[in-house]
Design a binder for this molecule. Structure first.
Ligand code: CS2
Length: 469
């Protein structure tokens, strides 16, 4: 398998070449270059493992995007990635790519934890090992460290800055990343921070396409359908939505010609997506996993869980939202349930349950805080928080160990194990200031303890059933 035609000339460096990037950014950019030719080939950079490079390099960066609709699969070879670098092997090469005169955009899909911030406050975590290392002046390891070092070098050599486009599911992701970069730059050199503040655009974005981690079964299915083996393939739903704040002083691909919505403010779209989609995704992930369901489609096939989603949207989430331009919130939520039901997408509850400490604040806790302020009850979201606690406790309802993946997994499990009974366990976990503000923790103590007690006594299925009666 290889790309059709010559590789494009590079114009973008992208940090985080995982499945989502391959199902989303790289496809949009390929489409944009087809609609309007331009030098927007992508140098993809892995900040951690060599896996993506090992899969993609032998194929010259090309890979297959598999669209899984309810009516079957569509296959397409994507050729917009021109090279894959592995930062820990050669950080200098990554900086060289970021400092090339041709690089006009640096984009990121590094997941929530890749920003090394404190989720409850949005500030840079200066104690994060990679940040502490990078601030001490070694070759960068963190995304923020790479951005600041590359911008410092561009400034020193008189090159224009690149535009930084974050594509992770974080609230006000552009301003958030700008704040982190400035926190880091200030700790290094106040003049550099001023230059970055004045020169670098950090447009906000809302990204959406359900993309489960690729499995060996996906690779085998592609091989039997198409006759070739592609370990770098990605499977995803047909739906895609990209809302982008249109601030690109250094130019951009014609993403708008291929369906991206260029707007002046992304905020309302982003909050809608984080709360409606990701909020219910995480709810289904914790409660569904505990109930013994392996995938989201399986979870919402249980009518009580589908009803829980409907209740959450109608009574707890949508009332907190501003109306984003061009969206009908009720129709948006109804379409979400259909997307979750797509039987071809095997999105594991375990996968979505990962990194809850980094996800909960923007997906669920902000909504809870708004409801508290408005005097609205949130029985479903409270149960979701209790479900997360039960999950990070590390033992499922049949007494089997749960493989909890979270940067704070050890602290979370210690908090759970160190307390006896629902009230004390809830209190120990609510005491984690990385996740909960003191104010929210106080307000949630009683309702979350009660929900946790219900979960521990009756199990997730019965608890969900009770909430949707
Ligand atoms: C999911 C998201 O894994 C998760 O936490 O909620 O990856 C979700 O599938 C995407 O945001 C959909 O756009």
């Amino acid at each position: 398998m290889s790309r059709t035609g010559a590789a494009p000339k590079p114009g973008i460096v992208h940090l985080g070449p995982g499945a989502f990037f391959r199902a989303f950014n790289a496809v949009f950019t390929e489409d944009a270059m087809a609609a309007e030719p331009g030098d927007w080939g992508i140098v993809a950079v892995s900040l951690k493992s060599p896996a993506a490079r090992d899969q993609m390099a032998p194929q010259d960066g090309a890979y297959t995007s598999v669209t899984l609709g309810p009516e079957g699969a569509e296959y397409r070879v994507i050729g917009s990635v021109v090279r894959v670098l592995v930062a820990p092997e050669d950080p200098e090469k990554v900086l060289e790519a970021m400092c090339a005169g041709t690089t006009r955009i640096v984009s990121l899909t590094v997941t929530e934890k890749g920003y090394a911030h404190e989720p409850s406050t949005g500030r840079l975590n200066l104690k994060h090992p990679d940040i502490a290392h990078d601030l001490a002046g070694g070759a960068p390891r963190s995304a923020v460290g790479f951005l600041v070092e590359a911008l410092a070098r561009r400034r020193a050599s008189g090159l224009a800055a690149f535009t930084v486009v974050t594509c992770d599911n974080l609230p006000s992701n552009g301003p958030l990343l700008r704040g982190l970069v400035l926190d880091f730059a200030r700790a290094r050199d106040a003049d550099l921070a001023e230059w970055i503040a004045a020169e670098v655009a950090f447009p906000a974005t809302m990204v959406d396409r359900i993309t489960p981690a690729t499995t060996e079964a996906d690779i085998a299915a592609l091989e039997s359908a198409q006759g070739y083996r592609d370990p770098a393939c990605v499977t995803h739903e047909p739906f895609r939505q990209w809302v982008i704040e249109d601030r690109f002083p250094t130019g951009r691909p014609a993403w708008d010609r291929v369906g991206a919505q260029m707007v002046t403010s992304v905020e309302a779209h982003e909050t809608m997506k984080l709360r409606c989609l990701n909020g219910t995704h995480s709810t289904l992930a914790y409660l569904g996993y505990l109930a013994g369901y392996e995938t989201i489609a399986e979870t919402v096939a249980d009518p009580d869980f589908a009803r829980l989603c409907d209740r959450l949207w109608a009574e707890e989430i949508v009332p907190t939202l501003e109306q984003p331009e061009g969206e009908d919130l009720a129709a948006y939520c109804a379409a979400l349930l259909e997307r979750y039901r797509n039987p071809a997408i095997r999105h594991r509850t375990w996968q979505i349950a990962m990194d809850g400490s980094q996800k909960l604040p923007q997906r669920i806790l902000g909504t809870l805080a708004d409801n508290l302020a408005a005097g609205r009850e949130s029985p479903g979201l409270v149960l979701a928080v209790a479900g997360w606690m039960r999950y990070v406790g590390g033992v499922d309802e049949r007494g089997e160990a749960i493989d909890v993946r979270d940067p704070l997994a050890d602290q979370l499990m210690a908090a759970w194990d160190g307390a006896e009974g629902a009230g004390a366990k809830a209190s120990a976990l609510l005491g984690m200031r990385e996740v909960f503000s003191a104010e929210l923790a106080g307000a949630l103590q009683a309702p979350v303890s009660a929900a946790l007690e219900l979960l521990l006594d009756a199990g997730a299925r019965a608890a969900v059933k009770e909430r949707v009666q």
